[in-house]
Design a protein around this ligand. Structure first.
Ligand SMILES: [Mg+2]
Length: 390
């Protein structure tokens, strides 16, 4: 008999050390420390904490009528915990537990009508959807990358995001994404500083290494164009997140004025509809949904189909940093790269790199082979889950 959904329950992650993460780690760059949403105004320099939401991660557990459970995670626990527990959980109770497409559609359409399906709502949909895919894999006894039609390859190539190139190379990576550390408020001096960062990296890594530049989505379009022109001699693989997330005219402007630069964006676009718009207008060459933020695995599968049909590359944001992204990266032919954001210092385990999930694989020689355990292979029992949220 097909199992049904017995219970869906979300709670804030209170003890991340239960997930095997170190209590504190040091990154070679801290995105919020360098850039924040007001980085276009020098008056707000050094005030990143003022603009960061105070909420941590949420753990969502979906339990089926046969007792099997799946685990989903995302951030923004404060506002999305009641969205899951009070709105989605009673809506989905008693539905077929394997019907991920139907269940995603119920959540997305009802949220869209009530308060919008993007933004915070897409985090809530994502946590439930990831728990349901984990549950489905466990019930069927197969890893998620097989459920979605993979594996697409033997090993998935990774790139490391960070500015400590010596450490990243010591860890075996051969492709790198640098963090632009100054926003539009720094004007010409900012462009010169970023040019030094990229020029030094190109000299150090040689002519053939893949180097990307992440500008965080806080620049103004005209600044992004000047920056992109200054980067041309260094042959970047792509420039990423150069405009504010909803600045659609800005993305079109940058596309038109930098026709030969590879452009990537999408970690802060929410739901498949933003990606359908970007692909339809051909605003970027690479789309980068974040599986935890965009609405889960079901949303990523829709975006993968949109990107493939439009001839646009897919590269999941933080795709190597948790089990969820790893399985989608490894299962989708259109996803050439898995990003590992190295949010830990030299010598520290990549399991502490950022939002790691217990049981996930870490890349070796810059290549990833995910866990082949059922579901997303998240190695947590009920007692550990209870400890993590109590
Ligand atoms: Mg990025």
């Amino acid at each position: 008999m097909t199992p049904t959904i017995a219970d869906i329950r979300a709670a804030p992650l209170r003890r991340p050390e239960v997930l095997g993460r170190p209590r504190a780690s040091t990154a070679s760059w801290d995105p919020w420390g360098l850039m924040h949403p007001l980085s276009n105004d020098r008056a707000f320099a050094g005030q990143a904490a003022r603009f960061a939401p105070p909420w941590g991660e949420v753990v969502c557990v979906a339990t089926a009528s046969d007792g099997t459970f799946g685990v989903g995670m995302t951030s923004q626990a404060g506002p999305i915990t009641p969205v899951i527990n009070d709105f989605f959980a009673p809506m989905l109770a008693g539905e077929p537990a394997l019907a991920t497409e139907k269940l995603w559609n119920m959540m997305a359409r009802s949220a869209n009508s009530a308060f919008g399906a993007s933004g915070l709502a897409s985090f809530a949909v994502g946590a439930v959807d990831l728990a349901l895919w984990d549950l489905k894999g466990k019930i069927l006894g197969v890893p998620v990358y097989e459920l979605i039609g993979g594996p697409a390859r033997d090993r998935t190539r990774c790139y490391a995001t960070g500015n400590d190139l010596d450490d990243l190379r010591d860890r075996g990576f051969d492709s790198f994404k640098l963090a632009c550390g100054v926003g539009s408020g720094a004007a010409t001096a900012g462009i010169e500083e970023t040019e030094r960062l990229v020029s030094d990296a190109r000299s150090e890594l040689g002519p053939d290494a893949d180097i990307m530049l992440d500008c965080w989505p806080v620049l103004d379009a005209s600044y992004a164009v000047r920056l992109g022109e200054a980067m041309q001699p260094y042959r970047l693989t792509w420039i990423e997140d150069y405009a504010q997330p909803d600045d659609w005219p800005g993305y079109a402007d940058v596309r038109r004025r930098l026709p030969s630069v590879m452009l990537a964006a999408g970690e802060r676009w929410y739901t498949d509809r933003a990606f359908a718009h970007a692909a339809g207008q051909r605003l970027v060459d690479v789309v980068q949904p974040d599986i935890q933020w965009v609405g889960g695995a079901t949303a990523v599968l829709k975006i993968a189909a949109i990107a493939a049909a439009a001839g646009i590359e897919l590269a999941l944001h933080g795709g190597c940093n948790d089990s969820y992204g790893q399985h989608l990266c490894h299962g989708l032919p259109g996803n050439r790269w898995a990003e590992m954001f190295v949010g830990c210092g030299p010598g520290e385990s990549l399991m502490g790199a950022w939002r790691s999930t217990p049981g996930m694989a870490v890349p070796t020689d810059g290549r990833l082979v995910p866990s082949d355990a059922p579901g997303f292979g998240i190695d947590l029992n009920r007692d550990q889950l209870d400890a993590a949220i109590s």
